[in-house]
Design a binder for this molecule. Structure first.
Ligand SMILES: Nc1ncnc2c1ncn2[C@@H]1O[C@H](COP(=O)(O)OP(=O)(O)OP(=O)(O)O)[C@@H](O)[C@H]1O
Ligand SMILES: NC(=O)c1ccc[n+]([C@@H]2O[C@H](COP(=O)(O)O)[C@@H](O)[C@H]2O)c1
Ligand SMILES: [Zn+2]
Length: 275
């Protein structure tokens, strides 16, 4: 395939990043290698989107610190960037909505590209409008950039947790955009896809990427070590380790944040106005 025929992909990772770890960064590298190795895609950008404080997850420290740390961690990458839009929203935002926001941005940037001819600009405009209509999951895309959600297999398996995700949001994420899922110990992504009707239906839009160098770095482990005064060096980029030290982040006290609050998606999907 000629380079101009490859489909451009932007990878979007949504998560707490509390704090960002080397494994979060590695996820992007693994996904890019995998997609480009298919000979169909070229990965042009990676976006890290930290969840806002309204998510109310236990131990979630302020978004400004999580975003600053993610920025320090991606300083040395020429293709992974941090986007603060989601973290700045007053309330927690569903991941499908975050994807819509970034897809629109992507289409606008593509349209403003002077090298794109008028006919293509019109096609992009039409795609943008079609994507605003939630009933058109299967809008045909031209060969413009695609946005795919990048996540670990635990997030994929969380699709099965009652009241955590709306069915239509899952259908939109896998049907309209696509998913790149990195394997994680203790999770069986293939089995989960096999057992889910909606995921099976859109299986061609879900790429499961096997991490052979199994790596159990988790932000929970990092926070626990920090609370115990243990070193976390080489689990996180050095500038992030320094930032945590300088700002005195992560303590027994911060671990208690939101301890008695229900996670925002569970509140929203089980509340009186939930559908
Ligand atoms: N070791 C890992 N292997 C595969 N995916 C991972 C790994 N660590 C994090 N991820 C993925 O990174 C994204 C952001 O995750 P998150 O911020 O929850 O990190 P985490 O390390 O799982 O943190 P926590 O322990 O607080 O849940 C998610 O899609 C998650 O699945
Ligand atoms: N219904 C939804 O859209 C939904 C539900 C649960 C988590 N999420 C997202 O998944 C990510 C999960 O992050 P954690 O694994 O750190 O909890 C966050 O970005 C969160 O916003 C989305
Ligand atoms: Zn997690």
């Amino acid at each position: 395939m000629e380079p101009q025929d490859l489909t451009k992909v932007v990878l979007l990772a949504c998560g707490s990043f509390n704090p960002i770890t080397n494994m979060h960064l590695r996820m992007f590298e693994l996904a890019r290698d995998y997609l480009e190795d298919t000979g169909q895609y070229i990965v042009v950008r990676g976006i890290i989107s930290a969840v806002g404080d309204g998510y109310k997850k236990k131990g979630l420290i302020e978004a400004c610190h999580r975003v600053d740390m993610a920025r320090l961690a991606t300083d040395t990458s020429d293709w992974i960037k941090v986007d603060a839009w989601e973290s700045q929203q007053p309330d927690w935002v569903e991941t499908a909505k975050v994807m819509r926001h970034h897809y629109k941005e992507l289409m606008t940037a593509e349209q403003n590209n002077d090298y794109v001819d008028t006919a293509k600009k019109r096609r992009i405009e039409a795609t943008k409008h079609a994507f605003e209509d939630p009933s058109s999951y299967h809008t045909r895309r031209d060969n413009g950039p695609q946005l795919k959600l990048l996540c670990g297999a635990d997030v994929l398996e969380s699709f099965g947790v009652p009241n955590l995700w709306k069915h239509e949001d899952i259908a939109e994420i896998v049907g309209r955009y696509g998913l790149v899922c990195i394997t994680r110990n203790g999770c069986d992504a293939h089995k989960f896809i096999h057992q889910s009707e909606v995921l099976w239906k859109h299986r061609k839009n879900i790429h499961v990427v096997r991490e052979w160098v199994t790596n159990e770095i988790s932000a929970t482990h990092v926070r626990r070590a920090l609370c115990r005064g243990q070193t976390v060096r080489y689990l996180l980029p050095d500038p992030v380790v320094s930032y945590i030290r300088e700002h005195g982040l992560y303590s027994a006290e911060s671990e208690q944040k939101n301890a008695d609050v229900v996670l925002a998606p569970l509140q929203r999907h089980t509340g009186p106005s939930s559908s």
